[in-house]
Design a protein around this ligand. Structure first.
Ligand SMILES: Nc1ncnc2c1ncn2[C@@H]1O[C@H](COP(=O)(O)OP(=O)(O)OP(=O)(O)O)[C@@H](O)[C@H]1O
Ligand SMILES: [Mg+2]
Length: 257
């Protein structure tokens, strides 16, 4: 089981769009996928048309009074399950604080699911908190969407430094450019140069596209409602790159949709 987390301290950079699209594409390819919506805003839960309410809320999950298995919901897509966000997540940090070894909590909650899923995506809220520490401990790879400005490179450096300073487990980082505006020269320059200069920046970029914005109207991943669109193709490329770099074994081909 590989655990990917879409993570950035910054908000509105494409974390949820990435988690939703890549989890869909992974399931389509034959992997058994769980998407855990860790954001109280519940955007990923909304996009997959899953009812957000978890009995007892996220608190019960983190405290261990409710098993994770019971909270997992099926989506409209085969092999793709979702752990919904619940409004109580707004207190998640406090609950984590009260848990034993809070930074390990997410990882230990996921451990029993190893046999059930090949791939897990954690869709994180923006910011840096106890929850993010727990995510950093649990994740094998952080997928970091970057808006192409010189500041975004600083953000990536800061994150890299922060992770290097962690004790114990350190997730690997794979950043990629998100919401590139093709008309802006700076966007073009940075998004072409940085992947060549840095091994932790993906070659695939996700442009700003109205088809991606449409996800919130269609309430589905792009490749589900517009399979032939340029947006679907970009996410397919990104998933291929993520999959290859993370060394995920091939899925059974006869399982693909
Ligand atoms: N490549 C893109 N092109 C155009 N719109 C995009 C793109 N990626 C995301 N969006 C839109 O931008 C908004 C923010 O995207 P998203 O929710 O994925 O970001 P986020 O990083 O998860 O935000 P938050 O920090 O609030 O969780 C959404 O309305 C989404 O539809
Ligand atoms: Mg989000």
């Amino acid at each position: 089981m590989k655990i990917f987390a879409t993570y950035n301290i910054k908000g509105g950079v494409g974390k949820t769009a990435t988690a939703v699209n890549l989890s869909y594409l992974a399931a389509r390819e034959g992997y058994r996928v769980l998407l855990w919506d860790l954001d109280a805003q519940g955007a990923a839960t909304f996009l997959f048309r899953v009812r957000p309410r978890v009995k007892g809320g996220g608190k019960a999950l983190i405290r261990g009074t409710r098993s994770i298995d019971n909270a997992i919901k099926a989506t409209d897509f085969d092999r793709l399950d979702l752990l919904p966000a619940d409004f109580t997540y707004r207190n998640l940090d406090l609950v984590l604080d009260a848990a034993k070894k809070p930074a390990r909590r997410l990882g230990s909650l996921l451990a029993p699911l190893r046999a059930e899923y090949d791939v897990v995506f954690l869709d994180c809220p923006p910011g840096i908190s106890l929850l993010s520490e727990s995510v950093l401990q649990a994740a094998d790879t952080l997928l970091v969407p970057l808006i192409p400005t010189t500041l975004s490179v600083r953000t990536l450096d800061q994150l890299t430094e922060f992770i290097a300073g962690l004790n114990g487990h350190k997730p690997s980082i794979l950043a990629f450019f998100s919401m590139i505006d093709g008309r802006k020269r700076l966007h073009k320059e940075i998004s072409e140069q940085l992947p060549e200069q840095r091994g932790d920046v993906a070659a695939t970029v996700i442009p700003a596209m109205s088809m991606i914005e449409r996800m919130s109207v269609e309430r589905a991943p792009v490749a589900a409602f517009a399979p032939l669109s340029a947006a679907a193709r970009r996410y397919t490329e990104l998933w291929a790159e993520v999959r290859e770099r993370s060394g995920l074994p091939e899925p059974k081909p006869d399982d693909a949709w």
